[in-house]
Design a protein around this ligand. Structure first.
Ligand code: UDX
Length: 429
């Protein structure tokens, strides 16, 4: 089919590349001319495993192209996906100005029947507003349908998650666009749920908030485990064997971050508030998450006492493994809190250092993870990169003034670290 994706960020670019990979004709639109030029030359503006193969291959095959003109995308396709940012506003509500702008641009470019699909994460009842906007700005009443098709892509695993989705959610106001949407997703062979637009929009916020709640639950349990000498990983293993609970997203940590969970939680709380429901459960999820970070900083202070002028090595700057994204990163937040105490930081991340430089200053960026510990008083693991499991621990122990390691992601084994002579502090163990 002929598809266009408006917005080539973490979601739009992966979606466009995967749609092309399975054989659709795809036009990706972005208002950022520099980004479009880079993509046209085969460059990849974000780190997302798999994109570096997918994009050049499909551009060369003539299935994927990039433009700055929305009209190009609209005229050249049957189904138009909106994948523009919906950033949080200071009060926690969602900034829908990009959605509204694109809806107007699509409307003014439409001359024949189109299916307009909202893939961006939006508050429930946004689909109706998009439909009203297209109707109002559309020329000579061209027919169209609006569809909600939320994405469930994890950064760092987005290609994998899209090529093999657990489910495809389609929200419609009439049955007309369903056949076309089934054709779009037929190559992915994934279960599809077809429901109304409001339910489809809610599935997204409800799912993300539930996942965040699951993480805050295990983080709350980690406090109880520390106080009772239990091991939170063992508890998670035992819980996860119950098919109704499942083992994934039960990794205790220094807290969750990223451009989705914090934003979606605040948005969902705000949405509930506006319809008269006080979503206290989700407010507690947020509180537990904030407390987890404070507890981790306190753990470091309790062990090192004065942090002023202490030299601390931090491994990890991205908000999670397999990404270069530092938006709302717990690792960056940790660095800021340590700096606020006067600590001097040496930091490393396999992918995120370039993006981190723009937001984290007055630290020493170290290219080799095994050199971070040089001259430090302690080492901290802040992001769950698999690569950190291969850290040369003996070299680190000898490089540190004292063998002290704080593990915010439970990457290492407690007994092994103690055998190596470390003062080893982790989460919930
Ligand atoms: C999330 C959802 O998983 C995805 O379905 C949705 O489309 C977008 O938001 P993402 O934010 O990319 O994806 O990352 P995710 O893998 O969910 O991790 C979010 C945060 O939780 C990260 O900071 C991660 O380190 C943390 N996390 C995750 C934990 O602390 N413990 C866990 O067990 C899992």
């Amino acid at each position: 089919m002929k598809l266009s994706i408006i917005g080539t960020g973490y979601v739009g670019l992966v979606t466009g590349a995967c749609f092309a990979e399975v054989g659709h004709q795809v036009i990706c639109v972005d208002s950022d001319a520099q980004k479009v030029a880079l993509l046209q030359q085969g460059g990849i503006p974000i780190y997302e495993p798999g994109l570096e193969d997918l994009i050049p291959r499909n551009v060369q095959a003539g299935r994927l192209r990039f433009t700055t003109r929305t009209a190009d995308g609209v005229e050249g396709s049957d189904v138009i996906f909106i994948a523009v940012p919906t950033p949080p506003l200071p009060d926690g509500s969602v900034d829908l100005s990009f959605i509204e702008k694109v809806a107007r641009e699509i409307a003014s470019a439409m001359t024949t029947y189109k299916i307009v699909v909202d893939k961006s994460t939006v508050p429930v009842k946004t689909g109706e507003k998009v439909a009203e906007t297209i109707k109002r700005y559309g020329r000579n009443q061209v027919e169209f349908d609006v569809v909600s098709n939320p994405e469930f892509l994890r950064e760092g695993f987005a290609v994998e998650d899209l090529m093999k989705p657990d489910r495809v959610v389609i929200g419609v106001r009439s049955p007309r666009p369903v056949a076309a949407m089934r054709e779009v997703y037929a190559p992915f062979e994934a279960p599809m749920i077809v429901t109304d637009i409001n339910s489809a929009e809610l599935i997204k916020h409800a799912s993300n908030s539930f996942l965040a709640m699951k993480i805050s639950y295990i983080n709350a349990l980690s406090v109880i485990c520390e106080a009772t000498g239990a091991n939170v990983q063992e508890v998670a293993n035992g819980m996860g064997m119950d098919a109704r609970i499942g083992r994934r997203f039960l990794e205790a940590s220094l807290g969750f971050g990223g451009s989705c969970f914090p934003k979606d939680l605040s948005a969902f709380i705000k949405i509930a508030e506006e319809i008269g429901y006080d979503f206290r459960l989700l407010k507690e999820v947020q509180r537990i998450n904030e407390e987890q970070m404070s507890r981790f900083v306190k753990k470091i202070k309790d062990t090192l006492w004065v942090l002023k002028d202490k030299r601390i090595g931090v491994l990890g700057l991205a908000f999670k493994q397999n990404t270069d994204d530092v938006r709302m990163s717990p690792a960056i937040e940790l660095c800021r809190r340590l700096q606020a105490e006067g600590a001097l930081l040496r930091v490393h991340d396999p992918q995120a250092m370039e993006k981190a430089r723009a937001v984290l200053r007055d630290v020493t960026y170290v290219a080799d993870m095994n050199e971070v510990a040089e001259g430090c008083d302690a080492l901290v693991i802040a992001t769950e990169w698999e690569a950190f499991k291969k850290l040369d621990l003996l070299r680190a122990r000898n490089a540190l003034s004292h063998p002290i390691l704080f593990d915010g992601r439970n990457l290492f084994d407690v007994a092994e670290m103690e055998r190596l002579g470390f003062i080893y502090k982790s989460i919930g163990r």
